[in-house]
Design a protein around this ligand. Structure first.
Ligand code: NAP
Length: 266
């Protein structure tokens, strides 16, 4: 029993590692930042609104973690370069990058403008590329690294009216992950994705009680996920124990994609 506990702690110890989490001022990203800091990592929380990102970092510091914030719009290459430089300056390098920033505005296809499309793709897909590109030199310099992308079940596995641009961005992330994994394998940098189902965050809360009730009834576990549900999957992919896993996905959805029909849930 004792040796099992020791092995588990080795797998999950991230003491001193430098972690960047984008979209970390709330929701899933904030949960990831909290979980990484709880394992001893030094975490840089990035979001557009610096005040909210700083408040999230202060919460982590108040409970004994090492965290700070930077304002960065992931769709802007100057911002992602400055974000990577900030991690380098504050933490001496970058070990783990969580490309998590994302938006999910709902718009029916017939009403969708080019601006709507570009805004979602620029944030979710181009933002993933820009974040990885900016962090690559310091990741390579470390001789190993971890990149974990927050995709979604929507796009790679399922569809939902109003989210054609979102679904395209989330499926696109997986294409990016597979080729980036190949290119970065010689540098011992793994690239994987988590595919959350419905996770109770500020962003999902804003979709309203009717949406949440309908999703709860569609999930076999009869609950929405917590941000920790996703964060612990990400923590595993970031651990030393996951070093031989690359270009892969983990679905974190309480079984939502499993039923063949609504009757399967009765
Ligand atoms: P959320 O509660 O709306 O939080 C989004 C975070 O992203 C905020 O910190 C926001 O801060 C930041 N952000 C938005 N646009 C940004 C940009 N251009 N540059 C940098 N940061 C930006 O969202 P969430 O529910 O936690 O979702 C997080 C990720 O999980 C997204 O990629 C989403 O697609 C994915 N996901 C979520 C669910 C779910 O059920 N919650 C399911 C599947 C996938 P600022 O506004 O200050 O920038």
């Amino acid at each position: 029993m004792r040796s099992h506990a020791r092995i588990f702690s080795v797998l999950t110890s991230l003491s001193g590692r430098s972690v960047i989490v984008t979209g970390a001022s709330q929701g899933i990203g904030k949960g990831m930042a909290r979980v990484f800091a709880g394992k001893g990592a030094k975490v840089l929380l990035a979001a557009r609104d610096l005040r909210r990102a700083e408040a999230a970092a202060e919460e982590i510091c108040a409970s004994g973690g090492i965290a700070s914030a930077v304002d960065a719009d992931v769709s802007n290459p100057e911002d992602t370069d400055r974000m990577a430089a900030t991690a380098l300056a504050r933490h001496g390098g970058i070990d783990i990058v969580c490309c998590n920033a994302g938006i999910f505005p709902a718009t029916p296809l017939a009403e969708m403008t080019v601006t709507d499309w570009d805004h979602t793709l620029d944030t979710n897909l181009k933002g993933t590329f820009l974040t990885v590109k900016a962090c690559l030199p310091p990741l390579k310099a470390r001789g190993q690294g971890r990149i974990i992308v927050t995709s979604s079940i929507t796009g790679p596995i399922t569809g939902y009216p109003g989210w054609s641009h979102y679904a395209a961005s989330k499926a696109g992330q997986l294409g990016f992950v597979r080729t980036a994994a190949l290119e970065l394998a010689p540098h011992r940098i793994t690239v994987n994705a988590v595919l959350p189902g419905n996770i109770l965050t500020e962003g999902v809360g804003a979709l309203g009680p009717e949406y949440i009730a309908s999703m709860t009834s569609a999930i076999p576990q009869r609950r929405l996920g917590s941000v920790e549900d996703v964060a612990y999957a990400v923590l595993f992919l970031a651990s030393d124990g996951a070093g031989f896993i690359t270009g892969q996905t983990i679905v974190v959805d309480g079984g939502q994609v499993l039923p063949e029909s609504p009757f399967a849930l009765r």
